[in-house]
Design a protein around this ligand. Structure first.
Ligand code: C2E
Ligand code: CA
Ligand code: CA
Length: 576
């Protein structure tokens, strides 16, 4: 037995020595620092990697008490707990902060293992120490990139939501409010389009800096994307605090920005939502603040808008309307009304404008102002516009065949239709199918459809002109166009906007403006017509300014087709 035991002892010792030898080869070649430490925690050996990681020399550490951790970084009880765990379970591993000879600290992965002699007695500890500062840095970089916006260095949407979650937990516990401010820059797109991306980027950076400067350190200012920013103010006392925050933001955004020497006014729209009043979750708060911002954008007369539940209803209604609108296209719920245009001197009807109406099965007649924007947003405008053109041309053909003289039929085109590559093809097909001479169809376009790429707009207009239709600029005077560049477009008529006509009797300058438009239009070969003429006084002033053609309630409201026929017959325009 004794012998046997000895044999076993020898075997165990052999295995143990084998282990040490193995360790020794690893010891010299690995990249991880290795220290072998006595049970009393005196350093016995260190490997070359440990020396190169920390910069220490053998004589600095061997024979000395173990001291690998940076001072004052770990909690006081940290080392005691570490060794306690090693004694209990034989090992420990985790991240620590190591220290180099020059005093610099670094992130390290430390593993401690116990080595026991064959008899079970504690022989020594082996510590491996890996320098992970580089990895840590990379991890930090990755996390940074995933959480921060590169352009402005602000937290991105993801981090903003994280912060909002935290703020909500905090606010729940302490029963406080959170203000969420959704900010959208007003003229960012314009700056980007006219001054270039470089200027756009600079504007975003400057706006980010201003937002940070006008908020508290405890607030989170983030960039959600594009020109949208979010401020989360976690310890706002009440709604008044939110209003003050919004005022500060608006004030700072209202100041001019210096974009590479160019002074640019941008401005912003702000929507506010409060926790818990306007939403209990990050998602709800974000959506409702966004909705409030959207309202602020639509109503520039308000400085900022606080969310209220009515907005959600309105948004829902709009959603309902969207579904209805899709159905309306299929069910042919649209009809056209016609408003006559007349020549003042002769009282002759020179034409009619087709204006669309939506006969909703439950809501009654809906005005185009309420659904055309929605149709544009949803792309349904193409089908609706095609229906309008087709129906107007068909009606005109019918009236003409019955000997009713209604002159030129105008149809409105929205900018979206104008930019659609299919437009010229549609117009050509519709006119050919209806059989009306093309010069009896007029397309009304707003100046807005033509801004941006002037060359492209000119090309489209020439395509349309080649078909033979008449082209008219609607709402003239409200857009950006100058008569000079309109000269390059094959335009027939300028339709002077209602706003000039409305003030023409009372204002000092508007008659002169109308007069100038008419004179210049004449010299450039454009005809003119004034829209929205409601009173005799307005008509008189227009006549004096040599604007001969008018359209408006003074002559007639837009009429259903039968009423329009009757109007034409009453005005004795048969067979002309
Ligand atoms: P618009 O092209 O400027 O049309 C003139 C609008 O002024 C019409 O409103 C008309 O009813 C109204 N109006 C006419 N005379 C007077 C007047 O004396 N005083 C006042 N205050 N208003 C007058 P409506 O029919 O509600 O159309 C609104 C807008 O919707 C139109 O403005 C046009 O931009 C658009 N629209 C109408 N029909 C169509 C269509 O078929 N397609 C497209 N894309 N847009 C359309
Ligand atoms: Ca029009
Ligand atoms: Ca108009």
């Amino acid at each position: 037995r004794f012998y046997e035991g000895t044999v076993q002892d020898i075997t165990e010792r052999k295995q143990h020595e084998e282990k040490i030898r193995l360790l020794a080869t690893v010891f010299d070649s690995v990249a991880d620092g290795i220290l072998i430490v006595s049970p009393e925690l005196t350093v016995q050996v260190v490997n070359p990697a440990y020396r190169s990681i920390t910069g220490v020399e053998v004589e600095d550490v061997v024979g000395k008490p173990l001291a690998i951790l940076a001072d004052g970084v770990h909690p006081p009880e940290f080392e005691a707990e570490l060794w306690g765990a090693v004694r209990r379970s034989g090992r420990w591993q985790g991240e620590v902060t190591g220290v180099r000879r020059n005093g610099e600290s670094f992130a390290a992965a430390l593993a401690v293992t116990t080595v026991r002699a064959p008899g079970g007695a504690l022989e020594h500890y082996v510590l491996t120490l890996a320098d992970i500062s580089q990895r840590k840095y990379q991890e930090h970089q990755i996390r940074y990139q995933a959480s921060f916006d590169r352009l402005t260095d602000l937290p991105n949407r993801w981090l903003a939501c994280e912060r909002m979650e935290e703020a909500i937990l905090h606010a729940q516990r302490f029963r406080t409010k959170i203000v969420v401010a959704y900010i959208d820059l007003d003229r960012f797109k314009q700056v980007n389009d006219t001054l270039g991306h470089h200027a756009g980027d600079e504007l975003l950076k400057l706006a980010a800096r201003r937002l940070r400067n006008c908020t508290r350190l405890s607030d989170t200012v983030s960039r959600l994307g594009g020109d949208e920013f979010l401020v989360i103010a976690p310890d706002a006392g009440d709604r008044a605090a939110g209003a003050r925050l919004a005022e500060k933001i608006l004030y700072s955004m209202g100041e001019p920005f210096d974009l590479f020497g160019q002074e640019v006014y941008c401005g912003a729209s702000v929507g506010l939502a409060f926790y818990p009043d306007d939403g209990e979750s990050t998602d709800q708060l974000l959506r409702n603040a966004d909705l409030a911002m959207y309202h602020a954008k639509r109503h520039p007369e308000f400085r900022f808008v606080c969310y209220d539940d009515g907005m959600r209803d309105q948004a829902d209604r709009k959603m309902g309307l969207e579904n209805d609108l899709r159905r309306a296209v299929a069910n042919q719920e649209f009809e056209l009304h016609f408003q006559p245009k007349v020549e003042m001197a002769t009282h002759r009807i020179i034409g009619a404008e087709a204006l669309i109406r939506w006969r909703h099965p439950t809501r009654g007649l809906i005005s185009p102002a309420d659904f055309i924007p929605l149709a544009e947003d949803t792309g349904l405008i193409w089908e609706i516009g095609a229906w309008t053109l087709q129906t107007a041309a068909g009606k005109l053909a019918e009236w003409r065949s019955r000997g009713l003289s209604v002159g030129v039929m105008s149809v409105n085109l929205s900018p979206r239709q104008f930019q659609d590559g299919r437009l010229a093809g549609l117009v050509r097909t519709v006119i050919a199918a209806s059989g009306v001479p093309p010069e009896y169809i007029e397309l009304e376009l707003t100046e807005g459809a033509m801004v941006g790429d002037i060359e492209k707009a000119a090309t489209i207009l020439h395509q349309l002109k080649a078909i033979g239709v008449k082209l008219s600029i609607d709402d003239f005077g409200t857009g950006y166009s100058s008569l000079a560049y309109l000269k390059r477009f094959p335009i027939d008529t300028l339709k002077i906007d209602r706003s000039f006509v409305r003030d023409i009797v009372t204002s000092n300058s508007d008659p002169a403006i109308v007069g100038t438009i008419v004179t210049l239009a004449d010299s450039l070969g454009f005809a003119t017509i004034a829209e929205g003429v409601e009173t005799h006084e307005q008509a008189e002033v227009l006549k004096r300014q040599r604007c001969q053609h008018i359209q408006g309630f003074l002559v007639s409201r837009p009429l259903e087709e039968n009423a329009f026929e009757a109007f034409v017959l009453d005005n004795g325009a048969v067979g002309a």
